[in-house]
Design a protein around this ligand. Structure first.
Ligand code: HXC
Length: 259
């Protein structure tokens, strides 16, 4: 429903872009005219993602990067600028998570998820800033969170705290970097049926239908629903939107009781 040139002339970096929501966002960006760099930890996954992305028609590249390492994140940002000439859109999508009762969570388990999700997002924002500041379109930072970081997420205290932290970080940066014409927003996906996370946590353990019914719409979302939100926020269509958390969850977080 967007036109093919919605993101023409813009360059994007997507962390965790080798699969899932990150690849979905990268694909939509490439299809709508953006140059796209995807980064992730798994080189094989990146290679197959690039094969897929090449069919989208845009100019695409990939690079190995663990977002827990600031130097690697900075190198990925610089590789994007050197390859495409500029960086206009930074998507902090990489995430790590596992279910574990908090009383059994080790300090290293806590630290690992905080490192990937919260610290990795901060590194992305920080490394991208000097380049986003120069974007002729105005820079755009989009970080993927979840409303479970706002309402509470039993047995995922590490991920919940990290996502809540990203929301707070994004609101602060929206105010601090607004004068640099950098917009900073988050997207809160609900359960997205074609992702590994929902397959593993809900569908494979027989909770699919019950979890779908917890949404107001009574169904899981699709990766393209999140990609469309990420296109909107990154494009000129969203150019007066900053500090916003765009909830794309089928009404999941609002629904308190079964019908
Ligand atoms: C308890 C665990 C654990 C588990 C790891 N740990 N898995 N503790 N239960 N299931 C502990 C380990 O024992 C260790 O602590 C510490 O965490 C680090 O574990 P490593 O395996 O060494 O870490 P690493 O290899 O870096 O892997 C990171 C990871 C892993 C986060 C643990 O799961 C990962 O790489 N995930 C990436 C993919 C992913 O999770 N995607 C989901 C994102 S989607 P000790 O103390 O033993 O040293 C998402 C949305 C879901 O989150 C939304 C659903 C609605």
């Amino acid at each position: 429903m967007f036109t093919n040139d919605t993101l023409k002339g813009r360059s994007a970096l997507v962390t965790g872009g080798g699969s899932g929501l990150g690849l979905g966002i990268a694909t939509a960006y490439a299809q709508l005219g953006a140059n796209v760099m995807i980064v992730g930890r798994n080189e094989e996954r990146l290679e197959s993602a690039i094969e897929h992305l090449k069919k989208s028609g845009g100019s695409v590249a990939s690079m190995k990067c663990d977002v827990r390492n600031y130097d690697e994140v900075k190198a990925a940002v610089e590789a994007t600028v050197s390859r495409f000439g500029q960086l206009d859109i930074m998507v902090n999508n990489a995430a790590g998570n596992f279910i574990c009762p908090t009383s059994e969570l080790s300090p290293n388990g806590w630290r690992t998820v905080i490192d990937i999700d919260l610290n990795g997002t901060f590194y992305g924002c920080h490394a991208a800033y000097p380049h986003l500041q120069k974007s002729p379109f105005g820079g755009s930072i989009i970080s993927i969170i979840t409303m479970l970081g706002v309402t509470g997420w039993p047995q995922a205290a590490h991920a919940s705290a990290a996502k809540g932290g990203i929301l707070s970080l994004s609101r602060t940066l929206a105010v601090e970097w607004g004068a640099d014409n950098i917009r900073v927003n988050t997207i809160s996906p609900g359960p997205i049926g074609d992702t590994e996370g929902v397959k593993r946590m809900y569908i494979d353990v027989g909770r699919g239908e019950m979890e779908a019914q917890k949404t107001a719409l009574g169904r899981f979302g699709k990766t393209i629903d999140i990609a469309n939100a990420a296109v909107f926020l990154a494009s000129g269509l969203g150019e007066y939107i900053t500090g916003e958390n765009l909830i794309v969850d089928g009404g999941r977080w609002l629904k308190q009781i079964a019908p």
